[in-house]
Each structure stands twice: as structure tokens, then as C-alpha cells.
Design a protein around this ligand. Structure first.
Ligand SMILES: O=P(O)(O)OC[C@H]1O[C@H](OP(=O)(O)OP(=O)(O)O)[C@H](O)[C@@H]1O
Ligand SMILES: Nc1nc2[nH]cnc2c(=O)[nH]1
Length: 179
């Protein structure tokens, strides 16, 4: 698996430091508020697990699972909800956690849909952002790293469901796609 990585763009240590920095900011932002952290599966799983342990106030967690990419490297633009949040979000402060924002199609759809359920607020936190790829304008409140327009894997982010367990973010060697 490690042999398939052409270049490491973000090391494990850089990610750990950034997650701590984000956790400190979120602790201050949500102190005294009823916080529900919602991870968008599957990609956010690794980031979310690390992030919530750096937020030092009471909080609840939930997950949504949506599908927009399948095994493709380009968004299809069609967002399908596979698993929904299992509790009422009315009056709660929602923090949506993503691993990566690319076209913005997934979050645009999700935030508009969740707004109709009348939460107290919705904010977005993503580890990685690729602003050059944006097709829909979404306001992202917390961004770990801005990334170039390359297909990334690792730290929860997959190619054909593999590489999610890499502790760093990298790009694959071109020959991996030819397999
Ligand atoms: O801004 P967008 O272009 O909409 O892309 C972002 C979405 O793509 C990725 O998920 P993916 O569909 O690959 O599913 P996964 O999280 O299960 O890997 C990522 O986790 C975001 O949810
Ligand atoms: N694996 C992967 N999925 C994505 N979804 C949106 N952007 C990306 C990316 O760079 N890599």
C-alpha cells in the first residue's frame, strides 16, 4: 500500500498539529452551546474521530452517509442519502465534519436539506479544501488545509475504497490507476 504512494502532501505530524488547532478553536466556539457533531461517512471517519477528542466540551455525535462519487474520481453531481442523522436537530448547533470539499455539491445539497430541520446553527469543518474545484459556492467555516487540484488519498480518503487507513495524505503513482 505504501508503495502505491507517489508523493506525501501532508505528513502525519502536520495533520495531528492541525487537528489540535481546529479542536482548540471549536472548543471556544461551542462552549456553553448544545453541540452535535455530524460526520459525513465514510471519508470523515478518521478525521472526526481525532477531532472530537480535541474538543473539550460536552458534545454528541451522529453520522450521515451520502454517496456522490462511487468509484469515480469526478463527482456525479447526484447526492443520495444512504444513512440519515438519527435524532432531531431542531435547536441544536450542528458542526458538519468532512474530510474533503471538492466541487461543493455534496455540502451544498446537505446544508440546504438540513436547514429545513431548523437547527440553531450549521457550520462546516473540513480537513481538506480544494477551492480550485468548486462548482457550488459553500461557506466553509473551518478548513484544515487548502490543497491543489490533485486526487488525494489517505487519512480516511479512498481510491476504490482502499488507502483510507494511511496516516498521511498523499497522491497515488499514475500506474496505480492503470491496474
Ligand atoms: O465537494 P464534493 O465534490 O461534493 O466532494 C466531497 C465529497 O466527496 C467525498 O466523499 P465520497 O463521495 O468520495 O464518499 P466517501 O466519503 O464514502 O469516500 C468527500 O468525503 C465528500 O463527502
Ligand atoms: N479520494 C478522493 N476523493 C475525493 N472526492 C473529492 N475530492 C477527492 C480527492 O481528491 N480524492
Amino acid at each position: 500500500m505504501q508503495n502505491d504512494i507517489g508523493r506525501v502532501l501532508l505528513s502525519e505530524a502536520e495533520i495531528v498539529a492541525k487537528v489540535k488547532e481546529l479542536g482548540d478553536k471549536l472548543t471556544e466556539e461551542y462552549r456553553g452551546k448544545e453541540l452535535l457533531v455530524v460526520g459525513i461517512l465514510k471519508g470523515s471517519n478518521v478525521f472526526m474521530s481525532d477531532l472530537i477528542r480535541q474538543i473539550n466540551i460536552p458534545l454528541k455525535i451522529d453520522f450521515m452517509m451520502v454517496s456522490s462519487y462511487g468509484n469515480a474520481t469526478e463527482s456525479t453531481g447526484v447526492v443520495k442519502i444512504i444513512k440519515d442523522i438519527e435524532q432531531s436537530i431542531s435547536g441544536k448547533h450542528l458542526l458538519i465534519v468532512e474530510d474533503i470539499i471538492d466541487s461543493g455539491l455534496t455540502l451544498k445539497y446537505l446544508t440546504e436539506m438540513l436547514e429545513t430541520r431548523k437547527p440553531a446553527s450549521i457550520k462546516l469543518c473540513t480537513l481538506l479544501d480544494k477551492p480550485a474545484r468548486r462548482k457550488e459556492n459553500v461557506d466553509v467555516d473551518y478548513v484544515g488545509f487548502e490543497m491543489p487540484d490533485e486526487f488525494l488519498v489517505g487519512y480516511g480518503i479512498d481510491y476504490a475504497e482502499y488507502y483510507r487507513n494511511l496516516p498521511y495524505i498523499g497522491v497515488l503513482k499514475p500506474e496505480v490507476y492503470e491496474k
